[in-house]
Design a binder for this molecule. Structure first.
Ligand SMILES: [Fe+2]
Ligand SMILES: [Fe+2]
Length: 226
């Protein structure tokens, strides 16, 4: 394949999406750092704290890698830093419950669906700078997903009353996720946008549906949360 066919012209959608990803990855770093503080406050095992801190760094790397792609695609607007979005939010309550909420929302749900999403984004991605970013992100997401389930197991084992809390909040979190990822049926994406690591909105919805069935339901059932 020639250099030229490897580098199709970026569209405005490519610039907008990679600029959005810089903000999303940066936010993930902040949220994980905040969650790790909660783990320190709860006296969680050292391995979980270490895993959390490593993820904070991964997510900063992902933000930088995304910034490289956005730059190469010609994005000119600097990413926005919205300070209040960089705090973890969970309903008021004891720290154990807030930690459970964030673990379920950010990691068990968010990072678990991220693995098949990034797998599909990477599959048709051929522009080297974007491919490099997606290679690294996908490799890390597998470990981030594991962190979520390990952390959930730790919380449920050490604080069995949280299982009831989890059963109560999980349906709301699943509905929120479906709204976020699964509302569009648009199959619209250009081949050159696929090459830059984008995909159609409808693909997000399909992947979420498969993840619900193959990942979330068995994993939550096994833990008595569904
Ligand atoms: Fe990330
Ligand atoms: Fe991640």
């Amino acid at each position: 394949m020639s250099e030229l066919s490897n580098n199709p012209g970026p569209t405005e959608a490519v610039r907008v999406e990679w600029a959005r990803r810089i903000e999303a990855e940066y936010r993930s770093s902040a949220h994980t750092q905040h969650l790790t503080l909660w783990l320190i406050q709860l006296g969680a095992p050292r391995e979980l704290i270490d895993d959390g801190l490593r993820i904070v760094q991964d997510e900063l790397d992902h933000a930088e890698l995304s910034a490289e792609v956005a730059r190469e695609a010609g994005a000119e607007v600097a990413p926005a830093i919205v300070q209040e979005d960089l705090l973890l939010k969970a309903p008021a309550g004891p720290l154990e419950e807030r930690t459970l909420f964030a673990t379920l929302e950010v990691f068990c749900l968010g990072e678990t669906v991220a693995v098949p999403l990034f797998t599909e984004l990477r599959r048709a991605c051929s522009v080297p700078v974007a491919r490099r970013a997606l290679d690294r992100i996908l490799r890390d997401e597998v470990r981030h997903r594991q962190f979520g389930w390990d952390l959930l197991d730790y919380l449920l084992e050490t604080r069995p009353a949280l299982r009831e809390t989890g059963r109560r909040i999980l349906p709301l979190l699943l509905t929120g996720l479906t709204k976020r990822y699964g509302s569009s049926t648009s199959a619209l994406v250009l081949p050159e946008e696929r090459a830059w690591g984008l995909m159609a909105p409808a693909s997000y919805r399909e992947i979420l549906e498969t993840t619900l069935e193959r990942e979330y339901e068995p994993r939550f059932r096994e833990r008595g949360l569904l």
